[in-house]
Design a protein around this ligand. Structure first.
Ligand code: ARG
Length: 566
């Protein structure tokens, strides 16, 4: 039952009876007040003031008179608002029954049926470490994929590999001079970082190294055998490293086509831009002038003919539209790339493609260390794998102290340790900068992943103790503030999920899941689930099941596991 719909009908009926008026848009004006004392729903009457030529409080008063319906406890004027109080028993029954009916699909929808969404995230750079800076793109992208799947879209996850650029010539040059396959096999990423750093140090003294690197670049471009075999080795090493992390997190990609692949398709972009008369030559370089749109020009070809990051993104977008006919293509990167995406999205639009509207950049904030920023060049790196490993180790240590007899402890420690890091990364608005601290990421108290997971396990255990052959629930017993607060949060879950998708903001789900966990714990302490009156017990078990499902759904949508025991 959609209470908003029912309330709309009541208001419309009253407006017709009293004033003979039909007014559009009532449904969309109805709000859910933040505070239960102001009712479950509220209608802001200033929306009608102009039409009715009356003050909002007068309108609210007039509409409240004789407002009656089976589901309604009362409708009250409060200032310019008309506040609706749903009968508590009725509210409990409706929300719980619809949630239990939907089970693990509660809050899902079919809005995305027939539509494809491409998600470009986590995009690894070959031969560079997969570090803390990649945490956000990886977990935000993964969560968005899960959310859009839940809403019925077909999703395509894409790892747009950074496997093209002048750094590869430098790396091959450095590898030939100072490294070997043996050294690489010992500590692959550390070795790659070390020789890259060394290249930059030595090239400062000996600029001839840069020339050598350029020769290697040319050889990669020409597909020279030796160059390609070293380059492919770098690529394999890197992918093997990151796949370990993806496996831990249960992340898979549908495509790993990256910049090297799209480099080969940039010819088409250049031709098309020329044909459409959008591109011009400026100081030897080919650009698309974007002055009219308040942006610096989008560089397509450098004066030496080399393509750029944007050129390859343009090619990739055309390819993806052809291949997947996407409804949206979402790019998850740090906000430092805002201008880049704005520029080339504009170029797609100027090329006359209406689907430019479906290109979405989802930026997130900077991650830095408490003791200064990370820089690959200087070799200051926090490996993502180390963060996860430390968290899992800490989870295990806590469990060994608190629940030494737990079966399957390693598996659960893994779920909890990884969950803690992912949860904390998805707790704040994505655009906020964040200073990484080991203490905070590994904190298991307060509003954290482990707290929510623990609450889920508590629900599971309460259900397994109290569930059984129970009579019809007595929903009237769920009229206390703690039960009602939990029910109200459950009712909002579908709207929160939809909103998180609209705003590309998984943290809305994270926070709502925390709220549900807190509300459940309050309910749990205020009420006895194992009540002797079995119809009371049935009502509380039903509510507990809804809470358990809602937490599991919320965690699943942000890519965190919900163990049944902890
Ligand atoms: N590899 C790039 C980086 O680390 C991110 C790629 C994002 N995707 C894209 N299609 N540009 O900055």
């Amino acid at each position: 039952m959609d209470f908003k719909q029912e309330i709309t009908a009541l208001i419309e009926k009253k407006l017709d009876e009293k004033y003979g008026k039909k007014i559009e848009g009532i449904y969309s004006f109805i709000e859910q007040p933040p505070n239960p004392e102001m009712g479950d729903y509220a209608f802001p009457c200033f929306r009608l003031a102009k039409e009715l030529r009356m003050g909002p409080p007068m309108i609210a008063k007039a509409l409240s008179e004789g407002m009656e319906a089976g589901f309604l406890d009362r409708a009250e004027q409060n200032g310019g608002y008309l506040n609706f109080f749903i009968k508590k028993e009725y509210y409990a029954k409706t929300v719980i029954e619809s949630a239990l009916d939907a089970g693990m699909k509660y809050g899902s929808s079919v809005e995305g049926e027939g539509k494809t969404i491409c998600l470009d995230y986590s995009s690894v750079n070959i031969a560079k470490p997969f570090h803390l800076g990649h945490l956000y793109t990886t977990v935000i992208g993964n969560s968005l994929k899960r959310i859009f799947d839940f809403l019925g879209y077909k999703t395509v996850s894409i790892n747009h590999l950074g496997d093209w650029g002048t750094q590869f010539g430098k790396l091959i040059c450095a590898f030939k001079k100072w490294s070997s396959e043996e050294k690489l096999s010992e500590n692959p990423m550390q070795e790659l970082v070390a020789i890259y750093v060394r290249f930059h140090d030595e090239a400062e003294k000996d600029p001839a190294l840069e020339d050598e690197a350029r020769v290697w670049n040319k050889r990669i471009e020409d597909g020279d055998e030796e160059a390609m075999s070293i380059y492919n080795m770098f690529k394999e090493i890197t992918l093997k490293e990151v796949k370990r992390i993806y496996d831990m997190l249960g992340i898979t990609f549908d495509s790993y086509l990256g910049e090297a692949f799209f480099f080969k398709q940039t010819g088409r972009v250049v031709e098309e831009l020329k044909e459409k008369g959008i591109m011009k030559v400026d100081d030897g370089a080919s650009i698309v002038d974007l002055e009219e749109y308040g942006m610096p020009p989008c560089l397509i070809l450098r004066s030496d003919g080399a393509t750029l990051y944007a050129t390859r993104d343009l090619a990739a977008a055309l390819y993806r539209k052809d291949t997947y006919d996407f409804y949206k293509c979402i790019y998850v990167t740090a906000y430092q790339q805002n201008l880049h995406f704005k520029q080339w999205f504009k170029v797609i639009e100027l090329m006359g493609y209406e689907w430019a509207e479906g290109l979405v950049h989802t930026p997130y904030g900077m991650v830095s260390m408490e003791d200064g920023a990370m820089s690959t060049r200087k070799g200051h790196v926090i490996y993502l794998e180390d963060v996860f490993k430390a968290s899992v180790a800490k989870a295990k240590q806590i469990m060994e102290e608190k629940s030494p007899d737990l079966a399957d402890m390693d598996k659960i420690a893994q779920d909890v340790g990884l969950g803690a890091v992912v949860f904390s990364a998805l707790s704040n608005n994505r655009i906020k900068d964040m200073v990484f601290s080991w203490d905070r990421a590994l904190n298991f108290d307060g509003e954290t992943g482990p707290y929510v997971q623990y609450t889920h396990a508590r629900c599971c255990s309460a259900i397994s103790k109290a569930d059984g052959d129970l009579p019809q629930p007595d929903y009237a017993v769920l009229s206390d503030p703690a039960s009602q607060a939990l029910i109200s949060l459950l009712e909002k879950l579908p709207a929160v999920i939809a909103e998180a998708a609209n705003k590309y903001e998984p943290s809305m789900i994270t926070r709502h899941t925390v709220d549900i966990a807190k509300a459940f714990n309050k309910f749990y302490f205020d009420n006895r689930i194992m009540d002797d009156d079995l119809s009371v017990r049935a009502a509380r078990v039903a509510l507990t099941k809804c809470a358990r499902n809602a937490i599991a759904i919320g965690l699943d949508l942000i890519g965190v596991k919900a163990p049944e025991k902890m």
